[in-house]
Design a binder for this molecule. Sequence first.
Ligand SMILES: C[S@@+](CC[C@H](N)C(=O)[O-])C[C@H]1O[C@@H](n2cnc3c(N)ncnc32)[C@H](O)[C@@H]1O
Length: 435
Amino acid sequence: MRGRPRPGSRQGQRQPAKGPAREIELVIDKLGSEGVGVARLDGRPVLVPGSLPGEQVRVRVMGGAADLLDVIAPSPSRIEPACRHFGTCGGCALQHLAWQPYLDFKRDLVVDALRRQGLADVPVEAVAPSPPESRRRATLEAKRTSGGVLLGFHARASHQIVDLGECPVLLPDLARLLPSLRTLLATLLLPGGSATVLLGQGPGGIDLGLALAAAPDLEQLERLTAFADAQDLARLWWRVGDMAPVPAAQRRPLGHRFGDVPVEPPAGGFLQATADGEAALTAEVVAALAGAERVADLFAGCGTFGLALGARALLHAVEGDAAALGALTAAARRAGLGFVSTERRDLDARPLLAAELRRFDAVLFDPPRAGAKAQVEQLAKSTVPRVIGVSCNPATFARDARILVDGGYHLERVLPVDQFVWSPHVELVGRFRRT
Ligand SMILES: C[S@@+](CC[C@H](N)C(=O)[O-])C[C@H]1O[C@@H](n2cnc3c(N)ncnc32)[C@H](O)[C@@H]1O
């Protein structure tokens, strides 16, 4: 059986050729960390998007990259992609891989990152998956062209926008909104103008944010309000550049709850990407914190994990973003959680020092992709018995884990969690105990 790549896929997105292009056959060795097949040619790696390990392929090679022309001997794990945009859209890399090998690939990303830091013996659990059609948070790009508004993710390795006619990653309500959103954007954008669209969905409905080049005029503002009513959105807001988000419609709460605590996240604020992912991460964090009485939640956001502890522990939540911390503080106050204290602090510039950490019997950290090096260096010097790390980047997590292990912690187990279905991203929770 021969598999033909989709027409147009990956064409025109390669780096400039180094030397003349040539057509050859290769056998794919492995999937690289970006979910792209890697073969070797003349002792050098060649990246072949759309290929799978073990496959014999015909490619057009240009420098270190190649266009897949034909799959001569397909992998038994090759399946039909779920979406017509697969191969062009940069949102997904792995729809052509069967589910179990796909989950194994994600687990291997975590295992490999730990191994590179000399932590090969750490038990890594099976991945906690999120199904297709479960993403409740996504950032799309929009551009008004002479042919209409393009709305979607960037094409792979390109700034071109793939105009999405479907998206099996998003929650169905979000995917269904796209056609009417295109019509709205046609009235907001100047010819050639661009915007970023921040989609979110909670139990209470859709949260739509528009990052625009210029503030809407009065007529456009009325259109935004009418759109929120017509589409029954929970919330619609806009912003220009770095300015604070401006509400255009606040029709009802988004309805998020962390544990039993209702929380209204700020416009544009961080939330875990799927409800399944949040549930898996939270269950692991809450289990790891069982019995702890004084807990620090560092990089707390609006309280996903800390508030889920409810009355189980005295909580000190530390976060750099004022709006997120405001939402957490307001939620704790409304719920009568008088034992929750909050602190706004830049944990890279001013981490909690080892002496300040002494009062906690467990510390949770959940930093952005860059990791928590400065904070972890203080934890490594501390006496805190239990540390739990949540991460969206196995490489920086493994680096931080190495610091903790060198400081006398044992990394007991790691749970990988998949929230970005068919992408090469994976999240995780790691449990450390002072030895
Ligand atoms: C991955 S999010 C996690 C948020 C929260 N734990 C959750 O699960 O919803 C990382 C959080 O770290 C915050 N943050 C980023 N850099 C920071 C810094 N230098 N100091 C403190 N907080 C920071 C962000 O505002 C964001 O809320």
